[in-house]
Ligand binder design. Sequence first.
Ligand code: GLC
Length: 727
Amino acid sequence: MADIFNKKYSIEEKLKMLTGVDGFAAVHPKDVQEPLLRMSDSPIGVKKGGSKAMCYPNPCLVASSFDRELMFQLGKALGTDCRAYNCNLLLAPAVNLKRSPLAGRNFEYYSEDPYLSGVLVGKFVDGLHSEKVGVCVKHFACNNQETARWVQDSVVDDDTLRNVYLKAFEMLVKNNNIETIMSSYNQVNGTYAAENKYLLNDILKGEWGFDGIVISDWASVRNLVNSFNNGLDLEMPNNNNSFQVLKDAYEKGELSEETINESVRRLLKVSKKLNITVSNHDSTSKKFNADDISKMASESMVLLKNEGVLPLSKTDKVLLVGEAAVKPRIQGGGCAEIKDRKFLKLPQKHLKEKLAKCDCIGNYDILELGTIDLGSYDKIIVFTCLTRWEDSEAYDRKSLGFPEEQVSAIKYLSKYNDNIIVVLENGSAVDLNFEKDVKGILEAYYTGDCFGTAVSDVLTGEITPSGKLAETFPERIEDLPNLYEFGKRTVYYKEGEFFGYRYFSTFNVKPKYEFGFGLTYCNFKWKNIKIDKVSDYGFDISLDVENVSNYHGKEVVQIYLKSENVFEPRKQLLEFDCIRLAPHEEKHVIIKLRPEHFTKYISGKQRLISGEYGIVVGRSSEIDEYTKQVVLKKEEDRVIDFDTMLGELLGNDKFRNVTLKYLRDAINYWAFGDENSEENFEDNGFLKSHVYDMPIRGIAYFVRKDDKMQILTKMINELTEIKENKK
Ligand code: GLC
């Protein structure tokens, strides 16, 4: 096998490598037994495993964990499955942002916040890498809707593109050594992603130094030669006429051998890395059982409302209602979907063993519900889910709500029983217009195969829900800032970074439930919160968190940057930590902020932000536990030159006297009117501000001596000597 990575290939052999071998494989040199890149969808399971493959908790659910370790373990579990099904390149994760809750693939995505996405997904990638499996980070870029996705154009300004939509990709390229990136179907600023030189060559490979493979989304290449000239390395899936198209282009000089060789170099480099035979693969890899995965799902669920109805008690007589209780929606739809789920365990099976009584009506039929003595139950749990034409690749939602029959059933039931609990099965924010009619709301998102145990364990308190919303739940669809710039063929991202909590917090629009929100069965006391400044842009945050309850659980400490600057979001997530605590356990937490937390693209260049800000230690994007006002200021270590403002010198004791000396010698009058003025310019507000803002080169206009520039140069040299302590 070794020589295939070093041998000289003919141009024909190289051209053949640039397109897939079949639907999910690539790079198959002759006399090699199987293709070197063996791919499979998806972020929620290894589809290649067919009906045997496990369907894992979906990204929308695990993102709510805010738990780096959980994400690592999930990646490791999926990596183990990849190995089992001979897949060495998983077509995951998908890190597009939840720009609008209406987008069909949000279940596959993680958050509205790029930093949360980048950090959590980085751990997921590390987990896959721990099993020696490669990743394909997708869809690069701005695939934030499904409508017209093959031609849709995402028009977005450069700073927003970089600070928001590319940030998670950038973090993964720079921090997690990813092997491949998948270009998206859509256009970005008028150019299709698969042939977008700015995205692929300039930013991804040029600025970020990505040295892996750019893979096209399936059949998304519209101009093969342009794509390869602009940064694509592999067209997927196989396309039987691509070889001839590329060969003709090569022979006509439209596709250089250098370009071909560069893609082949990348393809072979990644193939070599991923072709680790299982025998020399780390045999200590952890085997995951269903309980491990179920626990991940339970812990990630978000308890949105609980007025004394959860957890259930053993004496409770409970009625489960809804088709979603017996035919639950456990995953989103499309290429990610893991087929043939036959062996689903259902909540009633588990709850019957733990409660005094647990009946179930597997529909929302009010007539049937009307025949039941609803008041005889201590609690009624309604399971809700979206239709199969929602939360799927290729479809966007037209509304935020659950199907009307489900909402009607909830409202009907609330008339006959005071203790209604609703379990939500969805991939993104929904309209909870029934919230006032119920006492408990559990956001279960899509749990994958473990639905029955995962939900039951939370309802009975076996496991405490510790999730926090990774997206904003708006009060109503009209509150979405980009509602009218969504679902069209050309979409203008006019809102910039102001969507999700960055919008709601800045424009004082009250969400139903805010980003970072989540209740728990525990009771966490936060104590001794301190924020210590350790450098211009360095802050060490510490606190003690105590679990003053009898439940095991996890607390999420969130750190936000709070700005009063109208051109900046009121809140931005800077950092977070998830702490696991046993009953009555206390832990000391340290979270460090460093310059990279305060670096943003501003007018196309990465810069340190500066000004007055609050650093908030919060329980959500709206619940501020502690705030410290800070001034972020980079002590510019500027050289003293002709552009140095006089104010910087006059206002600094080190330089003041020498500066005044030159000013007085060099200038026998201030050309501001009275030639004989003896007035000290610093006593005159106008003169002072004028002089203080003037750079050294400006005073040359007022020096009536021929050797003015020599004088000013001497001045600069003497001040520089002082600055460098040579004087
Ligand atoms: C699809 C998806 C992509 C998937 C690929 C292979 O169209 O956009 O996420 O990995 O094709 O199925």
